[in-house]
Design a protein around this ligand. Structure first.
Ligand code: GLU
Length: 492
């Protein structure tokens, strides 16, 4: 059996990181089994339609490296469908749903319902008052097909509902949760076709998963309560149901479902903050799944090899930003300098440190700046907290230790020698940055703590910081001289 799985988002315009993790697990499982991973667009809820949403979703998935083999793809900025099981957009499959609903109606597994919204609201109210669980009361179950057809011909609004048998146990196996059994008395006669003629999610998902040959349905746990209805539909059609895998929710620190109201939840939010896709994906893989050993850093290739559905946990995984940052920092350290410089630039512009023009003109310099701070940030937006000293001449001693160092007796002389050497140098690069300390040491005898720390404090205000030779290169001639001048005039 060839494994075929799908990620089936509604085009709401963004990919929630919970959805990205669902997509990732589908992808990893398919790749591991030599199967196919499909992207299907579930757009049957026309009220939620958002322009450009499908394109945005595909771009976010491509950024994360979770790319599908079949389904809706972007080619030269246009949406096209790739694969033999299409169309992969549900709103283009209405004829197919019609054919299958006719089949169910004919077999008596579905019926037309003419109940108005007012009536449904009224029974819900009454049920609530009596303390009963709300649900459809089966009012239209026994309307004959003849009468129904006549009422439809007369233009009466209607839906099609699933006719669930009474008091029947529906059982299915879930890879994460084990055996699940639900009695039909606890279920509603689900609407399958809505008044606008569109199928509901529940009907379309079953028809499509079947016709697209889906072998494993891997999705969020919020769908597990709907699964018995889906399983019954498979039975009504005489089809074999797929394997089910319901993934635990991603929770916030208060152990509630992570929602948009609490800040960043879209994959794009993390992209915009300057996280690397490898970091986000690596971290997300670990929210809800754990390997047998304690490994935490995984390349996509390793994930494909080691990921196991059997090790997906039942309980929700907390989204831990500190851990994400730790994982991402690992990737930032090894990242291509241009890649992370490009991620840092929008933040430097936004914070007012540089203009768009300067970003182009000073690109090489920005690369050096980023290289200097590469090991000090977890994601590129954080660079803003570290760059101030490179844009301001006014040195401020960072703490008491820095203040003490500025009081050192030999500091004025040290700075004078340094200023002269900088003045005389043709280029201020890393080689100069290294050599200058050796020279000063030879000439003045100042060394170790009396040499490096005072220079660092005078040039940056801080006692500790990034690599000194590169710091000197990044600061450059003018800036070093102005700082020494400032320190001499204001702080000594
Ligand atoms: N369209 C559903 C969603 O938006 C898909 C659920 C499923 O995978 O069955 O999450």
């Amino acid at each position: 059996m060839t494994v075929r799985v799908r990620f089936a988002p509604s085009p709401t315009g963004f990919v929630h990181i919970g959805s990205l993790r669902t997509a990732l697990y589908n992808y990893l499982f398919a790749k591991q089994k030599g199967g196919k991973y499909i992207l299907r667009v579930e757009d049957t809820d026309r009220t939620r339609y958002v322009e450009g949403a499908i394109e945005n979703m595909i771009e976010a998935l491509a950024w994360a490296g979770v790319e599908h083999d079949e389904g809706v793809v972007l080619e030269d900025g246009k949406l096209v469908q790739k694969g033999d099981f299409g169309p992969y957009i549900q709103s283009e499959r209405l004829d197919i749903y019609q054919e299958y609903i006719d089949d169910l109606l004919e077999k008596g597994h579905a019926y037309y319902c003419f109940c108005t919204k007012e009536r449904l609201d009224k029974i819900r109210e009454e049920q609530k008052e009596k303390g009963e669980t709300s649900g459809y009361d089966g009012h239209c179950r026994n309307i004959s097909m003849e009468e129904a057809k006549e009422r439809i011909a007369n233009g009466e609004d209607h839906v099609v509902r699933l006719r669930l048998p009474e008091n029947k146990n529906i059982t299915f196996h879930d890879v994460v949760r084990g055996t699940v059994t639900v009695n039909t008395n606890d279920l509603d006669d689900q609407v399958l076709i809505k008044t606008d003629g569109f199928p509901t999610y529940h009907f379309a998902v079953v028809v499509d998963d079947y016709l697209m040959g889906i072998t494993h349905v891997i999705r969020g746990e919020e769908w597990i309560i709907s699964t018995p209805k889906h399983v019954y539909l498979y039975e009504a059609f005489g089809w074999e149901a797929p394997e089910y895998v319901h993934l635990p929710n991603i929770l916030n620190s208060e152990r509630k479902k992570l929602s948009k109201r609490q800040g960043d939840v879209a994959a794009k939010d993390f992209k915009d903050k300057g996280y690397l896709p490898e970091g986000l994906v690596n971290y997300l893989a670990l929210v809800g799944w754990s390997p047998e050993d304690n490994q935490e850093i995984f390349s996509m290739e390793e994930l494909k090899e080691k990921f196991a559905l059997e090790r997906v946990s039942k309980s929700g995984g907390v989204f831990d930003t500190d851990k994400l940052n730790w994982v991402n920092a690992h990737y930032i350290k090894d990242a291509d300098l241009k890649e992370i410089t490009d991620l840092a630039i929008p933040h430097l512009i936004k914070a007012g440190y540089i203009t768009e023009e300067e970003a182009k003109e000073k690109y090489e310099w920005l690369c050096d700046l980023v290289k200097l701070l590469q090991e000090k940030v977890s994601y590129m937006a954080e660079i803003i907290d570290q760059v101030d000293i490179f844009f301001k001449t006014e040195i401020k001693p960072e703490d008491e230790q820095a203040e003490e160092i500025l009081k050192l007796e030999h500091l004025p002389h040290l700075l004078e020698v340094l200023a002269q050497k900088v003045e005389d140098a043709e280029v201020i690069d890393e080689v100069f940055g290294k050599a200058v300390f050796k020279e000063i040491q030879k000439e003045t005898g100042y060394k170790g703590k009396n040499l490096f720390m005072p220079v660092r404090v005078a040039l940056t205000g801080a006692v500790h910081g990034p690599d000194m030779p590169l710091t000197i290169k990044v600061l450059g001639k003018q800036s070093i001289l102005s700082r020494i001048e400032y320190v001499k005039n204001n702080l000594l």
